[in-house]
Ligand binder design. Structure first.
Ligand code: G4P
Length: 283
């Protein structure tokens, strides 16, 4: 299999970020806690150099807690401030303002020495599509001031959201497209729905997910769909179709429908909390 990915709007989004980075003190980078490395874009380190950095392990409710903790340690060791968050339910959000101040304390101190007092810290939220940037901004700002959705460039002009006297947030999130040469990274991004389903056929993607689960989470599919794991993932997909009444005319199993069901269940956390990459793999 060969995944190819040609993102649109890449240049425009990157330009927007390059223009705005001058104005900000802190880069808040969202990653998906299920794939904390694959969901990063390497350009961010270049873009955010000389800035304070905060990594948010978002969707932490969908990933295993022990791995969330291990990943938080991993990023801390690299010198980032880190918070585990669930932007959808508000988990971890309360601590963010304090962490922002802490991450920017050197800059605040520099300002103070120059006699600049009470200048708010300015932050920009960045991340790949669908990682939860807009949901996070809404949760942090406490009201729906940022538009949720996947459309780049929905907000025209620069707008700052004043969180309080000390912190301001650029209300346009910086959209970074995922970058990968490694096919496995591409697959993981497709599993979580960050690259579009058109890039890879639904059934093929579902069988890859079945293979992955067979390796790391053997119990999940038998428990959820009452199927037996098999070397051949198509057999498992067929059984999921049968057990979930996904049938075509003539009682043929509708594997396409079963594949979509499996992917939706995975993406919405209905298969439980699953982490797809492990910090020890990177040691
Ligand atoms: P983006 O701006 O980075 O593109 O992402 P956005 O906020 O639009 O969020 C993408 C999807 O991820 C949304 O789901 C959102 O609800 C979900 N999401 C964001 N943060 C979290 C989180 O911490 N935990 C969980 N479980 N989900 C999160 P959607 O299906 O597109 O919309 P909806 O049905 O939730 O409204």
């Amino acid at each position: 299999m060969h995944l190819q990915w040609y993102p649109g709007h890449m240049t425009k989004a990157k330009r927007m970020m390059q223009e705005n980075i001058k104005l900000i003190d802190l880069v808040i980078e969202l990653v998906d806690a299920r794939v904390p490395v694959s969901s990063r874009n390497p350009d961010i380190d270049e873009l955010g150099k000389n800035k304070a950095r905060l990594v948010l392990l978002n969707k932490s409710d969908l990933a295993e807690e022990k791995w969330n903790d291990a990943w938080a340690e991993y990023f801390k060791e690299k010198g980032f401030s880190v918070v585990k968050v669930n932007s959808k339910k508000g988990g971890g959000i309360k601590s963010i303002q304090g962490v922002i101040r802490e991450a920017c304390k050197e800059k605040i101190e520099r300002d103070r020495k120059r006699g600049i007092l009470n200048r708010p810290v300015r932050a920009m939220v960045v991340g790949i599509p669908n990682v939860g940037k807009s949901t996070f901004i809404n949760a942090l700002a406490g009201k729906a001031c940022a538009k949720t959705g996947n459309k780049p460039g929905v907000t025209k002009g620069k707008q700052w959201i004043r969180l309080n006297k000390q912190v301001e947030l650029l209300d346009t999130p910086g959209i970074l497209w995922p970058k990968f040469e490694d096919q496995e990274v591409g697959l993981k991004l497709a599993f979580i729905g960050s690259i579009k389903d058109e890039v890879i056929q639904t059934e093929e993607l579902a069988t890859e997910l079945i293979k992955f689960l067979g390796q790391y989470y053997k119990e999940v599919l038998p428990e959820k769909y009452n199927v037996t794991m098999n070397e051949d993932p198509y057999v498992v997909l067929n059984d999921i179709a049968k057990n979930r009444n996904c049938v075509l005319r003539g009682s043929e199993p509708d594997t396409e429908k079963a594949a979509q069901l499996l992917l939706d269940d995975f993406r919405n956390g209905r298969l439980g909390r699953l982490t797809l990459e492990y910090s020890q793999e990177l040691e």
